[in-house]
Design a protein around this ligand. Structure first.
Ligand SMILES: Nc1nc2c(c(=O)[nH]1)N[C@H]1C(S)=C(S)[C@@H](COP(=O)(O)OP(=O)(O)OC[C@H]3O[C@@H](n4cnc5c(=O)[nH]c(N)nc54)[C@H](O)[C@@H]3O)O[C@H]1N2
Ligand SMILES: Nc1nc2c(c(=O)[nH]1)N[C@H]1C(S)=C(S)[C@@H](COP(=O)(O)OP(=O)(O)OC[C@H]3O[C@@H](n4cnc5c(=O)[nH]c(N)nc54)[C@H](O)[C@@H]3O)O[C@H]1N2
Ligand code: SF4
Ligand SMILES: [Mo]
Length: 771
């Protein structure tokens, strides 16, 4: 499959009346670092249109609807483009007043110094969200600017990406292996070094809608056009899975049982790669023994599948050479997720697909050079670092990502044990909306009582409205210079330059805020000569100065090249020895690190904490399995609800329910329903559809209503359709990872009220209707 690119096209040029800036986009608005190529058409300083950049060698001009609606986001009437402040006693009220950056920084400096002197730096917490440009800088902002060790990604069990990374680190010693879609190779799919996978298994992931963590989702379609067959492991059906040769619609949260059964079949039928297993793996016999405990028939029962289908998937996957697995968020969002991940990695290793062309690309060479997030952490006093919430109980979690433990942080905020918190910085996070927290009602109560809060965002979000006293307005991707890298530092294939095209109001980006506030709050660090200027800082934290920002800007997009079979070349271990970066030097089916940190060295199956099997008495009252949060094109988590063309696509929060269940419950398509369980309740508009199977429902996440009353107790209607009020706090795995965001229980009942959005009215306040 050949794409023609003009790689010498300049990054900025004139076309008619327009200045066109070629850029590679990340966030804001939120996205993961695919770095899709855009052309930003600017006239008189105003962004007039956005087009896909056909010269981007990976995305080739393809864009999602969110990038196409960028203008409506940037110039949204509800966007705040100046710093704001508000009196502490006016929290929750719409009583913001405009101020200057200087004044905002003065207040921040005064309050931070006061709180640190009185209560210690550890009494400050910084709450962040997913891997956006800003999210990845959260540790630097917390450690190197505010001097606190307590930077926290707040999703219960860090149930995103890190559970997958933990199992990958424990089994192989390097981070998350992604499917190899030739992104890093100069010739792309036609590169002589590349082999198109015969099979791609999409496991708990929707790559087209999500483009998760830098995987360009449409590459899966490109590869299917080149002949790859698709297998889907997903309880729900979506556009992509209808193109699969096989789909296993398993019961949510039972992936480890399925994984063990697939291992069982591959071992029993001798379908594994004997040479790879012999030379490069550790603990095969033990794994085989463990898998014997999960005969396919038993897994079929646990997962609610036909046993023949399990056999068919095992055989099809194992016989394909090469084959790759795109494993997604559903693995992380289960208490048993790290073990499910260990099964999936074991499948990759058993079939010899690790680090081969068209298989699973492993990270490696890059990791040790990366400065972020260590830059500020290493400069914190060791006694202070030891106070990071969770350090004793979950040392691997805390030290691997330099984060306070999400669930234990909420406990500490609530109880004041081991110490009290007094200040919060909300950066790249909107956790009161149904996004980055389980039981957000509890976070709300705990955070709104703190002495001081700072929020940085583009909009006054429900979280900032409830907890903050200072608002710092954030620049979008069109208004800043930055660098993106697929898969962060774990298995990067491309780098992209985000090139500034416009200025809006007084907004500053995350780098600028860190740079300027750092020089005020922590001058010893920020004036120590490590960084010559802001671009040097950006190039260092993102790509370890592999090239300068100016060099990357000129190229716009850079393919890093790929070295396969790094374990045969001494590229996975710091000492240059052959093999994997583990104690045994091999890929570990039997993992010493799991054992060291107090878990079973072999993968195992555990029922979800609430399920018809583990809690039948609760399931009697709440008989539906509740999945949440499968990605949609029209939004990124809680973002984009103000953007008219996107809201037109999905105006209301939806609950997918099977026609048989809807009939039994007396629910009509489009009718509003109440979902509830022992933790809380929420309202959704029913979408009656066979894409979910009977007994399961799926609720969309991220909903709040910019059109609703901004003040407490409404907070932009944030409690109305908040599915996370039904997700339990601290039902996490042994090592602190994984939480049941996609497999809790609920009941569904019809409502008589109608909460449909009045689109016309909405458009009058927030922009223009497209249709
Ligand atoms: N448009 C858009 N893109 C996004 C985001 C967004 O909000 N919007 N968020 C970003 C973020 S932070 C992330 S982490 C990624 C996530 O992106 P993905 O990894 O693609 O995750 P989801 O979209 O949640 O898709 C998960 C799939 O798993 C299925 N599923 C549910 N329960 C189970 C189960 O128990 N087992 C299995 N095997 N499957 C199950 C669901 O039906 C769904 O199809 O997307 C990123 N990209
Ligand atoms: N029920 C349910 N809940 C889920 C999920 C699910 O599948 N189901 N998925 C979970 C997952 S995987 C994740 S990662 C979390 C994500 O949760 P979060 O990352 O907390 O997502 P948001 O709540 O949208 O908050 C992000 C805020 O950051 C702002 N922002 C956007 N870009 C930038 C930037 O570059 N810098 C800064 N400083 N701010 C920016 C946005 O305007 C927005 O207000 O949600 C989780 N919540
Ligand atoms: S994945 Fe979609 S929204 Fe994200 S940068 Fe690419 S085109 Fe834009
Ligand atoms: Mo995520």
């Amino acid at each position: 499959m050949k794409f023609e690119n003009d790689l010498d096209k300049p990054w900025c040029y004139e076309e008619g009346d327009y200045t066109v800036t070629r850029s590679s986009i990340w966030s804001p608005p939120g996205c993961h670092p695919v770095g899709c190529g855009v052309k930003l058409y600017v006239k008189d300083g105003v962004l007039e249109k956005v087009e896909g950049d056909e010269n981007n060698p990976v995305t080739n001009g393809r864009l999602c609807v969110r990038c196409l609606a960028l203008k409506d986001y940037i110039y949204n009437p509800s966007r705040v483009i100046h710093p704001l402040k508000r009196a502490r006693e006016d929290r929750g009220k719409d009583k913001w007043e405009r101020t200057t950056w200087d004044d905002a920084f003065d207040i921040i400096e005064r309050k931070t110094t006061e709180i640190k002197e009185k209560y210690g730096a550890e009494s400050i917490c910084l709450l962040s969200g997913t891997g956006r440009d800003g999210g990845i800088l959260s540790q630097t902002l917390a450690h190197a600017v505010f001097g606190t060790p307590n930077s926290a990604y707040t999703q219960s069990g860090y149930a995103c990406y890190e559970p997958r990374c933990a199992s990958a680190m424990f089994a192989s010693g390097v981070g998350y292996p992604e499917i190899d879609y030739a992104g890093g190779l100069p010739g792309g799919y036609d590169d002589p070094d590349y082999v198109v996978p015969e099979v791609i298994m999409v496991w708990g992931k929707q790559p087209l809608a999500s483009n998760g963590d830098g995987l360009f989702g449409h590459a899966v379609l490109d590869l299917m056009r080149c002949g790859a067959k698709l297998i889907a492991i997903d309880p729900r059906v979506n556009w992509l899975t209808t193109r699969a040769v096989l789909q296993l619609r398993l019961r949510p949260g039972t992936d480890a049982a399925l994984g063990l059964a697939l291992i069982n079949i591959i071992v029993t039928e001798e379908l594994y790669d004997h040479d790879f297993v012999e030379r490069w793996t550790w603990g095969f016999e033990e794994l085989a023994e463990r898998a014997k405990e999960m005969p396919p028939e038993r897994a079929a029962e646990i997962c609610g599948l036909n046993v023949e289908d399990i056999y068919a998937v095992a055989r099809t996957y194992a016989k394909a050479k090469p084959a790759s697995i795109a494993w997604g968020l559903a693995i992380d969002q289960q208490q048993n997720g790290v073990q499910a991940g260990h099964c999936i990695l074991s499948l990759m290793a058993l079939t010899g697909n690790l680090d081969v062309p068209g298989g699973q690309l492993m990270g490696g060479e890059f990791q040790d050079d990366t400065v972020v997030p260590n830059y500020g952490w290493n400069k914190l006093d060791p006694d202070l670092r030891a106070k990071t919430i969770g350090m004793d109980q979950y040392p691997y979690y805390v030290n691997s990502i330099l984060n306070a433990h999400a669930d234990l942080l909420l406990d500490a905020l609530e109880t004041g044990d081991p110490y009290e918190f007094h200040m919060v910085i909300v950066q790249s996070n909107n956790l009161l909306s149904p996004t980055n927290s389980a039981q957000p009602q509890r976070w709300h109560k705990a955070l709104s009582k703190l002495d001081f809060g700072i929020g940085t965002d583009l909009f006054i979000t429900p979280t900032i409205q409830a907890c903050c006293d200072i608002f710092l307005p954030l620049a979008t991707a069109a208004e800043k210079d930055s660098i993106n890298m697929t898969h962060y530092t774990l298995s990067p294939v491309t780098y992209g330059a985000t090139n500034k095209a416009i200025t809006v109001g007084e907004c500053k980006d995350d780098y600028q805020v860190i740079w300027e506030l750092g020089k005020r709050l922590n001058p010893e660090i920020w004036n120590d000569g490590t960084y010559a200027d802001l671009h040097d800082f950006i190039a260092d934290v993102r790509i370890a100065r592999e090239m300068t920002f100016a060099e990357l800007r000129d190229k716009v997009y850079h393919k890093r090249g790929v070295t396969y079979r790094k374990y045969e070349k001494g590229l996975l271990r710091p000492n240059g020895e052959l093999g994997f970066n583990t104690r045994s030097g091999r890929f570990e089916f039997y993992s010493y690190l799991f054992q060291y940190y107090g878990d079973d060295p072999l993968p195992y199956y555990q029922e979800p904490p609430f399920s018809p099997v583990s809690t039948p008495e609760i399931a009697e009252k709440y008989p539906f399995i509740l999945m949440t949060g499968a990605r949609e094109y029209a939004s990124f988590h809680s973002e984009h609800r103000q953007v008219v063309p996107l809201r037109e696509l999905v105006p209301n929060p939806l609950l997918e329910i099977h026609p048989d269940d809807a009939k039994k419950r007396g629910v009509a398509d489009g009718q509003w329903v109440l979902i509830e369980n022992q933790f809380g309740q929420a309202k959704f508009k029913a979408k009656v559809t066979p894409t979910v199977y009977p007994g399961t429902v799926h609720a969309h996440h991220g909903w709040w209503f910019p059109e609703d009353d901004p003040e407490e107790p409404s907070l932009f209607g944030v409690w109305k359709s908040n599915c996370n009020c039904l997700v339990p706090h601290k039902r996490i795995g042994k090592l602190g990872y994984g939480a049941p965001f996609k497999n809790s229980l609920c009941n569904v009942s019809p409502l008589t009220e109608n909460y449909d959005l009045d689109l016309k009215d909405f458009a009058e306040r927030f922009g223009k209707l497209v249709y």
